[in-house]
Design a binder for this molecule. Structure first.
Ligand SMILES: Cc1cc2nc3c(=O)[nH]c(=O)nc-3n(C[C@H](O)[C@H](O)[C@H](O)COP(=O)(O)OP(=O)(O)OC[C@H]3O[C@@H](n4cnc5c(N)ncnc54)[C@H](O)[C@@H]3O)c2cc1C
Length: 435
């Protein structure tokens, strides 16, 4: 292949910030709003035209990791601070239902539009937070073991931003990779899915049929070329509306790697084709769907796993199943190890009722750069531990903790790895986070 050089250019910094958050999914949005509430001059950069990442763009359908089931069956919150506030406001508006017991845990089904709207309200309420949508991070400048600035492409051309602390909340470790931080992928990625919404469903009938769903899927798996042997039908609480979690996309017999442009393009197209086929299957075979129609697919493919940062601590399966409570724990997590596997299978390893592990601050500190933090889908975790910690509750807790850490970095003039974790934990406790 022949080569061409791209001329380098010099830029003035467009903005100087205390905290720059790259990626406006659940982790990044919670981090940015928390940062601004703590008095940090905060920037939030998001390549899509709206906030929420997989929660709105991928329409994943439920908030997991917000509650755990006690031995007596009652449900106790695992999250506190802004994540709990978000759940409460959504519930007041009828945009969240539950918590609803689900297997040995609990979920909060939500309306994606409600989350999108609330995130925008939270951001707009903060005068020290500047949001840039349609803005894609494309480069990082590193020198002397720290990030000196990042380049982002806007509709008006490139801009350069500088901050005291940077948070990689891109889900794909995009900022960390551009900055040369080591990432891990694991032996196999989890499969992505295209979520879709059905309208005019007889929801009452569909919910009574949910218990039969695994049998129906198993029976038709081969004959109807179904992608999964189990799945979920998620009522949003709106009349006749169900979000469908039945898709799974493979590429040449393995999970799609959504960091590869050709595989991602193929998966988006295949995902929508799969949504159509699955909606026809539901109409034909599942009670309550006879008069329903496919309202729309999610705006983007639901990507579970791509690249994770290698941090000061890499969370392991033993930590999750061993219910480890870290000295630098910044939040509780108790979602099972849920893996979306080949052959249409999903495996679950549950924690005992009433038990949890904590997420260590060290998993939010990428190795090698003094002013970078990470939160959410690209947190430092091996694949099995990631299969538990990847859900929305822990992602939000990590974003919240990263913002508190960024304040310590500024006020104490320390590197991300040198943040006083005892002080960080007492500040999180004071903010209502159970530790
Ligand atoms: C199909 C599916 C079903 C799931 N089901 C559930 C469920 O029921 N409950 C649950 O709790 N969790 C579920 N999950 C997991 C959960 O949704 C995600 O792990 C979580 O939402 C990740 O949040 P995040 O903010 O870390 O990352 P993301 O949601 O991936 O957000 C990252 C953001 O960064 C932006 N970004 C990326 N690169 C750049 C760049 N270069 N420049 C600018 N912006 C960039 C992206 O556009 C995106 O908005 C599911 C996931 C999938 C895929």
């Amino acid at each position: 292949m022949s080569r061409i050089g791209i001329p380098s250019r010099e830029f003035e910094f467009s903005e100087e910030l205390d905290l720059l958050v790259v990626g406006g999914g659940v982790a990044g949005t919670v981090a940015a709003v928390t940062g601004a509430r703590l008095g940090l001059r905060t920037g939030l950069v998001e390549e899509m035209p709206f906030l929420g990442g997989m929660s709105t763009g991928g329409c994943v359908g439920t908030f997991c990791g917000f509650y755990m089931k006690e031995t007596g069956g009652e449900l106790t919150p695992l999250v506190g601070g802004l994540p709990l506030e978000i759940a409460r406001v959504l519930a007041e508006r009828g945009d969240v239902i539950g918590p609803i017991p689900f297997k040995d845990t609990a979920v909060l089904p939500y309306v994606p539009w409600g989350v999108k709207r609330l995130f925008e309200e939270l951001v707009r309420a903060e005068s020290s937070l500047r949001l840039r949508l349609h803005t894609k991070l494309t480069d990082a400048v590193v020198a002397g073991g720290e990030l000196r600035g990042v380049v982002a492409h806007t509709r008006g051309g490139p801009i350069v931003l500088r901050a005291r602390a940077y948070l990689d909340a891109t889900g794909d470790a995009a900022l960390s990779r551009l900055a040369g931080v080591e990432t891990l992928q694991g032996e196999t990625l989890q499969y992505p899915s295209m979520m879709f919404t059905m309208h005019n469903v007889d929801v009452g009938q569909a919910l009574t049929a949910i218990g039969e769903l695994p049998k129906i899927l198993e029976k038709h798996y081969e004959s109807d070329n179904l992608p999964r042997k189990s799945g979920n039908l998620i009522p949003t609480g709106r009349h006749g509306e169900i979000i469908v979690a039945l898709s799974r996309i493979e590429f040449e017999g393995r999970p799609v790697d959504a960091c590869e442009e050709q595989e991602l393009t193929w998966a988006e197209l295949e995902g929508r084709a799969q949504a159509l086929r699955l909606s026809e299957f539901l109409r034909r075979e599942v009670p309550g769907f006879a008069d329903a129609y496919l309202s729309d697919s999610a705006p983007r493919l639901g990507v579970r796993e791509t690249r994770k940062v290698v941090g000061e601590y890499v969370l392991r399966e033993e930590d999750v199943l061993g219910l480890r409570k870290f000295k630098d724990g910044i939040g509780r997590a108790a979602w099972p190890i849920e893996r979306h596997l080949a052959g249409g299978e999903t495996s679950w390893k549950f924690l005992d009722p009433g038990t949890w592990y904590t997420i260590p601050y060290g998993a939010l500190v990428p190795r090698g750069l003094s002013n970078l933090l990470v939160a959410g889908r690209c947190v430092s975790a091996e694949s099995a531990a990631f299969a538990s910690v990847r859900v929305i509750g822990p992602c939000m807790l990590e974003g919240q903790a990263a913002a508190f850490a960024a304040r310590r970095m500024r006020d104490d003039d320390v590197a991300s790895a040198d943040v006083d974790v005892d002080r960080l934990r007492s500040e999180l406790t004071a903010a209502g986070v159970p530790l």
